[in-house]
Design a protein around this ligand. Structure first.
Ligand code: G3P
Length: 217
């Protein structure tokens, strides 16, 4: 499973990248709005830190507008993947962009039928938003299960990018189902490392080592 960070914060991205296990970054207009600086400079800065896909979202909702923005974003850096919303015009744009070799990430997906459309349009990634379905008393992870089955049934190459992940269990569940990628806030990435028994066990080892350290050599 690939790990992406869902943030536009360069400090968080640098911190995760320094671990050597960061595979990419996803951004969206909300995440960008939380940071200082110009959008395109921000994206180039992220691409210089991350050796992998960086998703940047268009804000147009018509075909021509999305295509114009997509070309501008894709020209910024080879790592850019253009995030296109799950709209009728959006799928037209994804089809056109994929035929040009521009990689895409279909966003705002909440159903298996939308995932089927994204794959047929040739999306590189499709992003089901798990947490937002949970927020309205649905079971977001069930959508990932259905999409995995459908994509495997037909050999679609579109990768499932589990998004809107809110806690480590979401990441583990997505991995068990076989999502290709999990994108998560830095907080969730950091939480993946923690277990109280690790802390307790380490402390016990260190305490016991104190008793024998004079006999090491
Ligand atoms: O980037 C898309 C998605 O991960 C957003 O997550 O927490 O705003 O629902 P959230």
């Amino acid at each position: 499973m690939k790990f992406f960070l869902d943030t536009a914060n360069l400090d968080e991205i640098k911190q995760a990248a320094s671990m050597g296990i960061l595979d990419g970054v996803t951004t969206n207009p909300t995440l960008v709005s939380r940071e200082q600086g110009k959008f395109k400079d921000m994206l180039v800065g992220i691409c210089e830190v991350v050796n992998g896909p960086v998703s940047a979202e268009v804000v147009s909702t018509d075909f021509d507008g999305m295509m114009k923005e997509a070309h501008e974003l894709a020209a910024l850096h080879p790592n850019i993947h253009v995030k296109i919303p799950m709209l009728r015009e959006g799928m037209k744009a994804v089809k056109a962009l994929s035929s040009e070799g521009i990689r895409t990430n279909v966003t705002l997906c909440f159903s298996a039928s939308q995932a089927l459309l994204a794959a047929k349009a040739g999306a590189t990634f499709m992003s089901p938003f798990v947490g937002r379905v949970d927020d309205i008393s649905g079971v977001g992870m069930d959508i990932i299960t259905d999409i995995r089955t459908i994509y495997d049934n037909y050999g679609f190459e579109t990768e499932i990018l589990a998004a809107s992940l809110r806690h480590p269990v979401h990441v583990v569940e997505a991995a068990l189902i076989g999502a290709d990628i999990a994108t998560m806030p830095y907080k969730v990435f950091d939480q993946l490392f923690d277990h109280p028994l690790t802390d307790i066990g380490l402390q016990r080892f260190l305490d016991d080592w104190e008793k024998v350290k004079d006999r090491v050599s």
